[in-house]
Each structure stands twice: as C-alpha cells, then as structure tokens.
Design a protein around this ligand. Structure first.
Ligand SMILES: NC(=O)c1ccc[n+]([C@@H]2O[C@H](COP(=O)([O-])OP(=O)(O)OC[C@H]3O[C@@H](n4cnc5c(N)ncnc54)[C@H](OP(=O)(O)O)[C@@H]3O)[C@@H](O)[C@H]2O)c1
Length: 251
C-alpha cells in the first residue's frame, strides 16, 4: 500500500470529489480526516464506508475560510493520529451569479473558501509536515481557470489564484521537502451535478462534443492522480497543475 501509515486531511471530504479522495487515500493505506462544513451526516457516511473497508478515518467540522477553525482541526488531527503527511485542499463552492449582480460579499465568500481556505490549511499543516521531514500538498483547482466560465467570475478567479498559490508555495516549501501540486478537474459527475443536471444523457452528449475523450468522468476517476501526488512516486514533481478533464481545456 503506497500510503501505509500516512495521515491525510481532505477538506470538503464529505461529498463529491473529496469523498472519493478520502476513500481512495484510505484504500491506499492512509488514515484520513474527513473535513466538512455543514453536513455531519455525509461525513459520517464516508467515515463508515472507510471503516467497513478496513481503513481508519474521523470526521471533523471546520470552515476552511476561518483560521481558528482550521488551526483547531490541524491540532485535533495531530492529537488523534500523531502527525500530518498529506493535505488535499479540496473544499470549494461555485454559486452561479451574473457578474454585475455579484456583490462584494459574494466575491469575498467565494474567494474566502476557495482561495484563502487553501492558504490557511497549508499554513496550519506546514510546521507538522516540516517536523516529519516530508509532506504532500494537493490543491484542487478547476478547468474554469483555463476556460473562463460565464456566471462564475469569482470562482474562475479563485481557481486561477490557486494555480499561482501552488507555484509560489512549491518554491517556498521545496527546501522543506514538501511537494505542492494542483489538480484541475473538468466536468465531474458528482452527486451535485446529478441534482443540477438530471438529464444526464444530454450532459453526456454535450461533454462528448467538448472533450477529446467522449467518456464522462466520475469522482473515482481522480483517485489515481490523488494517490500518485500523495505518494513517494511523485517526489520529483512540484509546482505542477495536472488537468483531469478528458481533454477539454487541453492545458
Ligand atoms: N464537480 C466538478 O465538476 C468540479 C470541477 C472542477 C473543480 N471542482 C472542484 O473540486 C472541489 C470539490 O468539488 P465537488 O463538486 O466535489 O464539491 P461538492 O460535491 O459540492 O462538495 C463540496 C464539499 O466542500 C465542503 N465545503 C463547502 N464549503 C466549505 C467550507 N467553507 N469549509 C469546509 N468545507 C466546505 C462541503 O461540506 P458540507 O457539505 O458539509 O458543507 C463538501 O464536503 C471544489 O474545489 C471544486 O471547485 C469540481
């Protein structure tokens, strides 16, 4: 198992891509903190699923945009599991809004969760990774940065910010043997997407036209890249953004 005895925090680990990351990292041997913000029931489902499969996980509520809550989560992780090796900065929100109706509060909220949240989590885990002599930080961005989606100005900007953060942080942390990389998913068939676009046949046709590869991408399809970036296999790789989108943005 590539991640045996490693400890991972996955922010927004209770649903969608984060849920798949938690289950996938646990399957690879990691002990996992399933972070969530508002739905303890969904986090508990993930903890139970991991436990049924013989893994170890705990749920932890923390709003990633609030430094006090982030610091408490990191302290609780170290108290429970003895350290931190992997951070998957996955929590994100994407409320659709016409750009000129977007308020300052809307902007601050999205940037606060999506971008500041990743900075706060990285800052909080850093001393613990340095103490271990090694660490892996994986930031989840989006093709929205490369493609620039309408009605998602704040979201697209936050996702571009994450790529800048990833590159600058990779330079800051390389000497501490901490790798910082980003994953940019395309259109992923999460529960949220199934609710928002119930006509999945139409969605499949649309995505087949947009992507080089006609298949839909499920959250589980991202597990391989998360495990790779969390494992020793990615030791020489840092500051990179890997796009997992079936060949849509072609970055
Ligand atoms: N789905 C896609 O097609 C797609 C494409 C490109 C990029 N992405 C990115 O991938 C990541 C995951 O997306 P998703 O679609 O899988 O998400 P999702 O299904 O909407 O789930 C969002 C997760 O984030 C948590 N969360 C929300 N606000 C939070 C906060 N302030 N603090 C801590 N946790 C918070 C939620 O917890 P609660 O439910 O408890 O609030 C939930 O676990 C995001 O960064 C997103 O931008 C997704």
């Amino acid at each position: 198992m590539k991640l045996r005895d490693k400890v991972a925090i996955v922010t927004g680990g209770s649903r969608g891509i984060g849920r798949a990351a938690c289950v996938g990292l646990a399957q690879a041997g990691a002990r996992v903190v399933v972070n969530y913000c508002s739905r303890p029931d969904k986090a508990q489902e993930v903890v139970e699923l991991i436990s049924e499969r013989g893994g170890e996980a705990i749920g932890y509520q923390a709003d990633v945009s609030k430094s006090g809550e982030v610091n408490e989560m990191v302290t609780a992780t170290v108290d429970h599991f003895g350290g931190i090796d992997i951070l998957v900065n996955n929590a994100g929100i994407d409320p659709r809004q016409t750009w000129h109706e977007m308020t300052e509060e809307n902007w601050d909220h999205v940037l606060g969760v999506n971008l500041k949240g990743q900075f706060l989590c990285a800052k909080a885990v850093y001393p613990h990774m340095r103490a271990r002599g090694k660490g892996k930080i994986i930031n989840v961005t989006s093709v929205a940065y490369f493609l620039g989606f309408r009605d998602l100005l704040h979201y697209s900007a936050s996702k571009g910010g994450i790529i800048g953060l990833t590159r600058a942080l990779a330079r800051e942390l390389g000497s501490s043997n901490i790798n910082v990389n980003a994953v940019a998913p395309g259109a992923i068939q999460t529960e949220s997407e199934l609710e928002e676009y119930p006509d999945q046949e139409a969605m499949a046709r649309t995505m087949a036209e947009r992507q080089c590869l006609p298949q839909r991408i499920r959250p589980e399809d991202l597990v391989g890249i998360f495990v790779f970036l969390a494992s020793d296999d990615s030791d020489p790789i840092t500051g990179q953004t890997i796009v997992v989108d079936g060949g849509w943005a072609l970055h």
